[in-house]
Design a protein around this ligand. Structure first.
Ligand SMILES: O=C(O)CCC(=O)C(=O)O
Ligand SMILES: [Fe+2]
Length: 341
């Protein structure tokens, strides 16, 4: 990628390094290195979702149970035969290239061609106060309402629209299965998680010569009900299980499903919102794209169980807390703030 396109990550790194050297402030940054922990490269569950369309009920139910079990035990699974065509992904790759190749200056400004607001673009973690909070990456985080609601016609918006239509059906199918396995038949997703309330994110991780020291993306949970993630062949995604980071081997045929905070709150902790992070690569550029299955801002998330660990909250309120914490602290707190004490 052209040097004009890259965000000033090196400068941000130097600045944070100097800041750490010159100050004794701790501010949640007591450990300025990425903690090196055991990484196991295991075979993670791969679920063939074609079975959901089978006439044989036993096979259908078995597949649904696998989905629920993985969401309870891991908060993560991979799916194959998901029905989203390779053509859609090829189209997305072309558009992604175009959008990241623009100059950094252009990316950071309001973009009328792509119809994005300036805050769709982010890089490096702007409110990082120490190196541990720096993410060696850039991203476009796009509210799908900006694209689906626009009459703008260009290859970027038509490719995203096509993807959004296919992926939203998949997301809703998975969410309905998870609700059914909690004994709930509800209209929550049908009524509140419309394609236009969801988000699409394009991530780019430039090669990082300081690989062992910095994250590509700092550890976090997703604020969605669930996330559908596509990663390229480079690798770097790690998930947290029983206190260990586990590397997710790239599988070109699979999509990754990550349970987010809203499902954890809604299921009162039965489904686990998964901590994950991306580690950098010293030589290779990496890309990923994520679809966040989210409700409208005014949707109230209340547990489907009689008693809940979490108080009720609206999605809008939740996101506001997340934004405020990231701004103030450099990182997200998320669900622990909503625990009933
Ligand atoms: O790049 C990846 O593999 C993970 C991206 C991610 O976690 C996110 O965008 O929330
Ligand atoms: Fe994530």
């Amino acid at each position: 990628m052209d040097s004009d396109s890259n965000p000033p990550l090196h400068e941000a790194y130097e600045m944070l390094l100097n800041k750490t050297r010159n100050s004794n402030e701790q501010s949640g940054c007591d450990d300025d290195k990425v903690v090196v922990v055991v990484v196991e490269d295991t075979e993670l569950a791969v679920i063939n979702v074609r079975h959901l369309a089978e006439s044989d009920e036993v096979r259908r139910e078995k597949c649904k149970s696998e989905i629920a079990k993985a969401s309870e035990e891991w908060g993560f699974f991979q799916i194959v035969n998901h029905g989203i065509s390779n053509d859609v992904f090829s189209g997305l790759r072309v558009e992604r290239e175009k959008i990241f190749q623009q100059t950094f200056e252009k990316k950071s400004k309001e973009n009328t061609f792509f119809n994005f607001s300036a805050d769709s673009y982010s890089w490096g973690a702007p409110s990082a106060t120490c190196i541990r909070q720096l993410s060696w990456s850039e991203a476009f985080h796009i509210p799908l309402t900006d694209i689906l609601g626009s009459s703008e016609s260009n290859t970027f918006s038509s490719t995203i629209k096509e993807f959004a239509t296919e992926v939203s059906t998949l997301a809703k199918t998975l969410a309905d299965i998870l609700a059914e396995k909690m004994g709930q038949k509800c209209s929550l997703f049908e009524e509140n998680c419309l394609p236009s309330s969801c988000y699409f994110r394009l991530n780019r991780y430039p090669p990082c010569p300081l690989a062992s020291e910095i994250h590509g993306l700092q550890p976090h949970t997703d604020s969605s009900f669930l996330t559908i993630l596509h990663q390229d062949e480079v690798g770097g995604l790690q998930i947290m299980k029983d206190g260990k980071w586990i590397a997710v081997k790239p599988n070109p045929d699979a999509l990754l499903i990550i349970i987010g905070d809203l499902f954890q709150a809604w299921s009162n902790g039965v489904y686990k919102s998964l901590q994950h992070r991306v580690v950098t690569n010293p030589r290779l550029e990496r890309f990923s794209m994520a679809y966040f299955f989210c409700p409208s801002n005014d949707t109230v998330i209340r547990s489907c169980t009689e008693k809940s660990e979490y108080r009720n909250f609206s999605f809008g309120e939740y996101m506001q807390e997340v934004r405020d914490d990231v701004q103030k602290l450099g990182y997200k707190i998320g669900l622990p703030k909503f625990l009933i004490r």
